[in-house]
Design a protein. Structure first.
Length: 126
């Protein structure tokens, strides 16, 4: 049996890492997809949070928001807050992009907290 060289060891390690990386990338997507089909879209909400009116509801078909927001629209004081559902089922918004939350309602509340009373400006759709 040939002796294991450094090159062969590194090649085998790289191949194993590539396989492990592929499996970790596909697993959350499959589970999020299954959860979406079993649970549907999140519930609608309409409330006043810290003096700001936040609303959320299923969006119409098509368009940019259907692709990223899972077909769900969120509004703060009547201005649409761009939200996106991650592969793991968590939600982020354009205001609190690096702080995932479990629901669109939580994303709206996090945006109100982050805005600290400032007005939400419309997000330009390209």
């Amino acid at each position: 049996m040939p002796e294991l060289s450094r090159r062969r060891a590194l090649t085998a390690a790289a191949a194993l890492a590539a396989v492990a990386g592929t499996q970790s990338l596909t697993a959350p997507i499959a589970s999020a997809s299954a959860a979406e089909h079993h649970h549907g879209s999140p519930d609608s909400f309409d409330e006043v949070y810290k003096g700001r009116r936040i609303q959320g509801r299923p969006a119409g078909m098509g368009g940019h928001h259907h692709e990223h927001g899972g077909g769900y629209s969120v509004f703060v004081d009547g201005v649409e807050l761009h939200v996106m559902q991650n592969a793991d089922g968590s939600w982020i918004s354009v205001v609190s992009h690096y702080d995932p939350v479990p629901t669109p309602r939580a994303a709206a509340r996090a945006a109100v907290d982050e805005l600290q009373g400032a007005k939400l400006l419309p997000f330009p759709a390209n």
